[in-house]
Design a protein around this ligand. Structure first.
Ligand SMILES: [Zn+2]
Length: 212
């Protein structure tokens, strides 16, 4: 997860109808979020749903509030439902800085940690943990497939980073830089690979997504 940015202009159907899922809302969110789920950062294709940061069940007044609407994939939207209403808002938090996001290959787990002890940080960490590692001790099939996909993608990224570290040519640098473009998936995890390998200065121009 990373910081998100939303266009300042509110889609007109939110002002003129009682719907929250007008075509103009979906189109604007697709553009603003670079066609990715704001939680897992996978490309959305045709599998996207409007996700209420604060759920409709508990916050009916925010049902049509532009700042409360995001696009999520079906997996994340259904898993979140109304269980995580007190999450960080990605519009005003540099989530990639405040939540460390890593794949722990040796333990076959995703790990999420934060130094900040308030409820929104803790809840967001708890949500990510459940999505990637499962609700029970063992992942159910969907959770396992979700995790495996994330692991594969991060494996490919790590290979490119390692190649650049061994042979820092401009061609190898470009391969890593391309993976860090805002259109790409899993930037929150990639951010911590860059930091863990002390490459944040090298790629400082690439890792500023939505920050200004
Ligand atoms: Zn998702």
């Amino acid at each position: 997860m990373i910081r998100e940015r939303k266009s300042e202009k509110v889609p007109s159907s939110l002002l003129t109808t009682s719907q929250y899922d007008g075509e103009d809302v979906k189109a604007q969110l697709l553009e603003d979020q670079h066609e990715k789920c704001y939680i897992c950062e996978r490309k959305l294709g045709t599998d996207f749903e409007i996700e209420h940061l604060k759920s409709q069940e508990n916050y009916s007044k925010l049902q049509q509030d532009w700042s409360n609407l995001f696009l999520a994939c079906g997996y994340c939207n259904r898993k979140k439902s109304s269980s995580f209403d007190d999450n960080l808002c990605p519009l005003d938090t540099n989530i990639e800085d405040e939540i460390e996001q890593r794949i722990d290959f040796s333990r076959n787990k995703a790990s999420f940690t934060t130094a900040i002890n308030d409820a929104p940080h803790q809840n967001t960490v708890r949500m990510l943990h459940v999505f990637y590692n499962g609700k029970q001790k063992m992942r159910v099939i969907k959770e396992q497939r979700f995790f495996d996909e994330a692991k594969q993608k991060m494996n490919r990224f790590l290979e490119k980073v390692n190649t650049f570290l061994m042979e820092p040519t401009s061609a190898n640098r470009a391969l890593v830089a391309d993976e860090l473009s805002i259109e790409q998936e899993m930037l929150g995890f990639k951010y911590w690979v860059i930091r863990d390998n002390h490459l944040e200065t090298e790629f400082k121009d690439e890792i500023v997504w939505n920050k200004h």
